[in-house]
Design a protein around this ligand. Structure first.
Ligand code: UD1
Length: 340
C-alpha cells in the first residue's frame, strides 16, 4: 500500500479526496490543524470507506514540528497539499495572515518533500489565478492576471515558488490543479462542506437559506453582460474534483509527466449563472428559494469556466456529475446536518 500525506485532509475538498484515495487502496495520513475543520470528519470518512485514516493534528507553520513529522514518515510516496486559508474577504483584511498561512507552510512542506525518496507533490491551485480571462472557456495557457485578493495572490505566488523549485530539482514532480467552483457533498451525506459563520460562497448560502438559517439569498448583480445578467461560474461536484487528485497522483507515481511541473484546469467546462444554480436547487429540492437582487460584489469576475480538454486527454479525467447532481447532494448534506 502506498502511503499518501494529505494536508488539510479534514477540510471540504481534502476529506472527499481522502475517501477516493482510500477507495483506490492508498494508505492515507492526514495532517490538519483543525482551524477550519472538525475532528468528527474522520468518523465520516471511516464510515464511508470502512477504513480509519491515520491522523495527526499539526500546524504546518511550526517548521520544527513539520520536520519531526516527516522524520517519522520517510516512506511517503506522495503529498497532496490542501492546507490553506481560503476566505477571500478575510485575506483582504488580514493579508499577512494569508501570506504566512499559505506561503510559509508551502515552503516548509516543499523543503521536507525534497528530502523524501519519492518527491511527488500535488498543489491546490485555483481558477482565481486567471482573474477575468479574456476568452471563455479558459485554457491553461490563458495569462495569469494580477490577483484580486491576497488569497488569490497566494495561489499565484505558490505556483511561482513551485515552478522555480522544479527548475532546479530534477527529482521533484508537481501537479497544480486549478479548481473552478467546488460544490456538493458525498452521496452518503457523511461528509460535506462545513462553513464557519455566514457562508461567503453561493451554494452553502443557498442551502442554509432553504434550511432556515438565513432569511434570504442576495444575488450579487443581475446587470452583468451575460445571458441572464448574473455571473457565470463552473460549478464542479467535489467528488469529481477529489477523483482528479487520485488520477493526478497516479500520473506522478507512474512517471508519466511531460515536464516536472504541470497545471490542469479542473472544472466541468459548463458556465452556469447564479440563476441557473438557484433553479437547479429549486428543481432538486422541490422548494422555492427566498432571494433578492443586490448590488454587485466587489472583486467578482463576470465569467469563469474551464476548458477541460487538457485534463480530459492528458489525465484521462472528466467531470461526470451535473449541476443538479451536485445541488441535490449539497441539499441532502444540509438536511442531514440540520436534522431536517
Ligand atoms: C470564490 C473566490 C475564489 C475562491 C472560491 C473558493 C471571490 C471573488 N472568489 O469564488 O477565489 O477560489 O470562492 O470556493 O470571492 N453569489 C451571490 N450571492 C452570494 C454568494 C455568491 O450572488 O451570497 C454569486 C457571486 O457573485 C458569484 C457566484 O455566486 O457570481 C459564485 O460565488 P462564490 O461561491 O463566492 O464563488 P466565487 O466568487 O466564484
Amino acid at each position: 500500500m502506498k502511503k499518501v500525506l494529505v494536508t488539510g485532509g479534514l477540510g471540504f475538498i481534502g476529506s472527499h479526496t481522502v475517501v477516493e484515495l482510500q477507495n483506490k487502496g492508498f494508505e492515507v495520513v492526514i495532517v490538519d490543524d483543525l482551524s477550519n475543520s472538525s475532528i468528527e470528519v474522520i468518523e465520516g470518512i471511516t464510515a464511508i470507506t470502512n477504513q480509519k485514516p491515520i491522523f495527526e493534528k499539526l500546524d504546518l507553520k511550526n517548521k520544527s514540528a513539520v520536520a519531526q513529522f516527516f522524520r517519522a514518515h520517510k516512506d511517503i510516496s506522495g503529498v497532496i497539499h490542501f492546507a490553506a486559508s481560503k476566505a477571500v474577504g478575510e485575506s483582504v483584511n488580514n493579508p499577512l495572515l494569508y501570506y504566512e498561512n499559505n506561503l510559509n507552510t508551502l515552503i516548509y512542506m516543499m523543503k521536507e518533500v525534497l528530502n523524501l525518496n519519492t518527491q511527488n507533490f500535488i498543489f491546490s491551485s485555483s481558477c482565481t489565478v486567471y482573474g477575468q480571462a479574456d476568452e471563455m472557456p479558459i485554457t491553461e495557457n490563458a495569462p495569469v492576471k494580477p490577483a484580486e485578493s491576497p488569497y488569490g495572490n497566494t495561489k499565484q505566488i505558490g505556483e511561482e515558488i513551485i515552478r522555480d523549485v522544479c527548475n532546479v530539482e530534477p527529482h521533484l514532480k508537481v501537479i497544480a490543479l486549478r479548481y473552478f467552483n467546488p460544490i456538493g457533498a458525498h452521496s452518503t451525506a457523511k461528509i460535506g462542506e462545513l462553513p464557519i459563520g455566514i457562508p461567503q460562497n453561493l451554494v452553502p448560502f443557498i442551502t442554509q437559506t432553504a434550511a432556515g438559517l438565513r432569511d434570504c439569498l442576495s444575488v450579487f448583480g443581475d446587470d452583468y453582460p451575460t445571458p441572464d445578467g448574473t455571473c457565470l461560474r463552473d460549478y464542479i461536484h467535489v467528488v469529481d474534483l477529489a477523483k482528479a487528485h487520485v488520477v493526478a497522483l497516479q500520473r506522478l507515481l507512474d512517471n508519466k509527466q511531460e515536464s516536472n511541473f504541470e497545471t490542469f484546469n479542473i472544472g466541468t467546462g459548463v458556465g452556469s449563472s447564479v440563476f441557473d444554480v438557484i433553479k437547479s436547487f429549486e428543481r432538486v429540492s422541490g422548494k422555492s428559494l427566498n432571494y433578492k437582487i443586490a448590488p454587485r460584489r466587489k472583486g467578482d469576475v463576470i465569467s469563469a469556466y474551464a476548458d477541460t480538454k487538457k485534463a480530459n486527454s492528458v489525465l484521462g479525467w472528466k467531470a461526470k456529475s451535473t449541476l443538479d447532481d451536485a445541488m441535490s447532494s449539497a441539499w441532502n448534506w444540509e438536511k442531514t446536518i440540520r436534522n431536517l
